[in-house]
Design a protein around this ligand. Structure first.
Ligand code: ZN
Length: 190
Protein backbone atom coordinates (compact mmCIF):
# COMPACT_ATOMS: atom_id res chain seq x y z
CA UNK A 1 0.00 0.00 0.00
CA UNK A 2 1.02 3.59 -0.52
CA UNK A 3 1.28 6.33 2.08
CA UNK A 4 -0.53 9.61 1.60
CA UNK A 5 -0.51 12.78 3.61
CA UNK A 6 -4.13 13.65 4.12
CA UNK A 7 -4.95 17.21 5.02
CA UNK A 8 -7.97 17.03 7.28
CA UNK A 9 -8.33 20.79 7.51
CA UNK A 10 -7.22 23.73 5.39
CA UNK A 11 -4.70 24.80 8.04
CA UNK A 12 -2.32 21.99 7.12
CA UNK A 13 -3.41 19.67 9.92
CA UNK A 14 -3.32 16.13 8.74
CA UNK A 15 -2.30 12.54 9.08
CA UNK A 16 -0.81 9.69 7.12
CA UNK A 17 -3.15 7.20 5.51
CA UNK A 18 -2.05 4.00 3.77
CA UNK A 19 -4.12 2.60 0.95
CA UNK A 20 -3.95 1.28 -2.60
CA UNK A 21 -6.14 3.90 -4.19
CA UNK A 22 -6.67 7.13 -2.28
CA UNK A 23 -9.43 8.27 -4.62
CA UNK A 24 -11.52 5.27 -3.63
CA UNK A 25 -11.00 5.75 0.12
CA UNK A 26 -14.21 5.77 2.15
CA UNK A 27 -13.25 8.99 3.97
CA UNK A 28 -12.21 10.79 0.81
CA UNK A 29 -15.08 13.32 0.94
CA UNK A 30 -14.05 14.55 4.41
CA UNK A 31 -10.51 15.47 3.41
CA UNK A 32 -9.29 18.83 2.31
CA UNK A 33 -6.47 17.50 0.17
CA UNK A 34 -4.24 14.47 -0.27
CA UNK A 35 -0.76 13.97 -1.57
CA UNK A 36 1.66 11.09 -1.85
CA UNK A 37 4.22 10.69 0.92
CA UNK A 38 6.41 7.80 -0.26
CA UNK A 39 8.78 8.34 2.69
CA UNK A 40 6.15 6.64 4.83
CA UNK A 41 5.35 3.61 2.65
CA UNK A 42 7.71 1.58 4.83
CA UNK A 43 5.56 2.14 7.94
CA UNK A 44 2.39 0.72 6.41
CA UNK A 45 2.53 -2.51 8.35
CA UNK A 46 3.03 -0.91 11.78
CA UNK A 47 0.39 1.68 10.97
CA UNK A 48 2.12 4.69 12.53
CA UNK A 49 4.97 6.97 11.65
CA UNK A 50 7.92 7.33 14.04
CA UNK A 51 7.98 10.84 15.46
CA UNK A 52 11.49 11.63 14.24
CA UNK A 53 10.67 10.63 10.66
CA UNK A 54 7.51 12.71 10.82
CA UNK A 55 9.30 15.83 12.06
CA UNK A 56 12.14 15.44 9.54
CA UNK A 57 9.56 15.14 6.79
CA UNK A 58 8.10 18.50 7.78
CA UNK A 59 5.35 17.56 10.20
CA UNK A 60 4.97 18.81 13.74
CA UNK A 61 3.83 17.32 17.03
CA UNK A 62 2.84 18.65 20.44
CA UNK A 63 4.92 17.57 23.43
CA UNK A 64 2.66 15.13 25.35
CA UNK A 65 3.82 16.68 28.63
CA UNK A 66 3.73 20.43 28.10
CA UNK A 67 2.16 20.97 24.68
CA UNK A 68 5.21 22.73 23.22
CA UNK A 69 5.21 22.33 19.44
CA UNK A 70 8.06 20.28 18.08
CA UNK A 71 8.54 21.50 14.52
CA UNK A 72 11.13 20.69 11.84
CA UNK A 73 13.08 23.83 12.82
CA UNK A 74 13.57 22.36 16.33
CA UNK A 75 13.29 25.85 17.69
CA UNK A 76 11.21 27.27 20.53
CA UNK A 77 10.16 30.68 19.22
CA UNK A 78 8.61 31.75 22.52
CA UNK A 79 11.84 31.26 24.44
CA UNK A 80 14.07 31.77 21.40
CA UNK A 81 16.08 28.66 22.06
CA UNK A 82 16.67 25.31 20.38
CA UNK A 83 14.55 22.27 21.11
CA UNK A 84 16.26 18.96 21.76
CA UNK A 85 13.41 16.46 21.52
CA UNK A 86 13.13 12.94 22.83
CA UNK A 87 11.37 10.72 20.31
CA UNK A 88 9.38 7.80 21.66
CA UNK A 89 7.44 5.86 19.02
CA UNK A 90 5.02 8.37 17.50
CA UNK A 91 5.51 10.97 20.25
CA UNK A 92 8.00 13.82 20.44
CA UNK A 93 8.74 15.19 23.89
CA UNK A 94 10.19 18.68 23.66
CA UNK A 95 12.94 17.93 26.19
CA UNK A 96 14.47 15.23 28.31
CA UNK A 97 12.92 16.83 31.39
CA UNK A 98 9.41 16.60 29.88
CA UNK A 99 10.03 12.95 29.00
CA UNK A 100 11.30 12.22 32.52
CA UNK A 101 8.36 14.03 34.09
CA UNK A 102 5.91 11.91 32.10
CA UNK A 103 7.82 8.78 33.07
CA UNK A 104 7.82 9.64 36.77
CA UNK A 105 4.10 10.40 36.70
CA UNK A 106 3.44 7.05 35.06
CA UNK A 107 5.57 5.34 37.67
CA UNK A 108 3.72 7.11 40.50
CA UNK A 109 0.42 6.04 38.95
CA UNK A 110 1.53 2.39 38.77
CA UNK A 111 2.66 2.54 42.39
CA UNK A 112 -0.62 4.10 43.51
CA UNK A 113 -2.63 1.45 41.64
CA UNK A 114 -0.69 -1.33 43.32
CA UNK A 115 -1.17 0.26 46.76
CA UNK A 116 -4.88 0.66 46.20
CA UNK A 117 -5.28 -2.93 45.08
CA UNK A 118 -3.36 -4.18 48.10
CA UNK A 119 -5.46 -2.05 50.42
CA UNK A 120 -8.69 -3.30 48.88
CA UNK A 121 -7.62 -6.93 48.80
CA UNK A 122 -6.63 -6.79 52.47
CA UNK A 123 -10.30 -6.19 53.31
CA UNK A 124 -10.91 -9.81 52.42
CA UNK A 125 -14.11 -9.15 50.54
CA UNK A 126 -15.59 -11.72 48.17
CA UNK A 127 -14.86 -9.42 45.29
CA UNK A 128 -12.46 -9.09 42.42
CA UNK A 129 -10.98 -5.65 42.15
CA UNK A 130 -10.14 -3.91 38.95
CA UNK A 131 -9.13 -0.40 38.21
CA UNK A 132 -11.24 1.18 35.55
CA UNK A 133 -10.59 3.85 33.01
CA UNK A 134 -11.40 6.60 35.48
CA UNK A 135 -7.98 5.99 37.03
CA UNK A 136 -5.83 8.66 35.51
CA UNK A 137 -4.40 10.65 38.40
CA UNK A 138 -1.91 9.67 41.04
CA UNK A 139 -4.35 10.91 43.69
CA UNK A 140 -7.04 8.53 42.51
CA UNK A 141 -8.70 6.51 45.26
CA UNK A 142 -11.27 4.47 43.48
CA UNK A 143 -11.40 0.74 42.91
CA UNK A 144 -14.13 -0.97 40.96
CA UNK A 145 -14.95 -4.54 41.80
CA UNK A 146 -17.15 -7.38 40.69
CA UNK A 147 -18.67 -10.18 42.69
CA UNK A 148 -20.99 -13.08 41.99
CA UNK A 149 -24.04 -11.41 40.45
CA UNK A 150 -23.03 -7.79 40.62
CA UNK A 151 -20.52 -5.01 40.85
CA UNK A 152 -19.68 -2.05 43.02
CA UNK A 153 -16.95 0.35 43.91
CA UNK A 154 -14.88 1.39 46.82
CA UNK A 155 -13.03 4.55 47.70
CA UNK A 156 -9.87 4.51 49.76
CA UNK A 157 -10.90 7.83 51.29
CA UNK A 158 -13.86 6.02 52.91
CA UNK A 159 -12.32 2.59 53.43
CA UNK A 160 -15.16 1.27 55.58
CA UNK A 161 -17.78 1.57 52.90
CA UNK A 162 -18.51 -0.13 49.65
CA UNK A 163 -20.89 1.39 47.18
CA UNK A 164 -23.33 -1.05 45.66
CA UNK A 165 -26.23 -0.09 43.43
CA UNK A 166 -29.62 -1.15 44.83
CA UNK A 167 -30.12 -3.74 42.09
CA UNK A 168 -27.01 -5.61 43.27
CA UNK A 169 -27.63 -5.48 47.02
CA UNK A 170 -29.25 -8.91 47.29
CA UNK A 171 -26.42 -10.46 45.31
CA UNK A 172 -23.89 -8.66 47.49
CA UNK A 173 -25.43 -9.99 50.71
CA UNK A 174 -25.41 -13.47 49.24
CA UNK A 175 -21.85 -13.17 48.01
CA UNK A 176 -20.64 -12.05 51.44
CA UNK A 177 -22.20 -14.96 53.32
CA UNK A 178 -21.66 -17.63 50.70
CA UNK A 179 -18.04 -16.97 49.91
CA UNK A 180 -16.37 -15.36 52.84
CA UNK A 181 -18.36 -15.02 56.07
CA UNK A 182 -15.34 -13.61 57.87
CA UNK A 183 -15.10 -10.61 55.60
CA UNK A 184 -15.19 -7.33 57.42
CA UNK A 185 -18.71 -5.98 57.51
CA UNK A 186 -18.82 -2.83 55.59
CA UNK A 187 -21.48 -0.23 55.67
CA UNK A 188 -23.27 -0.14 52.40
CA UNK A 189 -24.15 3.19 50.95
CA UNK A 190 -26.55 3.41 48.07
ZN1 ZN B 1 7.50 19.51 26.82
Amino acid sequence: MKAYFVETDDDGTGEIVWCDDIDQHADRAEWYSTRRAPEFDQYCEQGWVPAEAWIKWGGWLSCPECGQHVTPELWNYDEDEPIDPVYINSSAFCSLSCYELTQSKAQATRKRRAELLDQFNSLGLPATAFIGRHFYATEANRIDFTFEGGKGYWNAAQPNEVLIAPIYLDAWEKAKTAINPTAKLLRIER
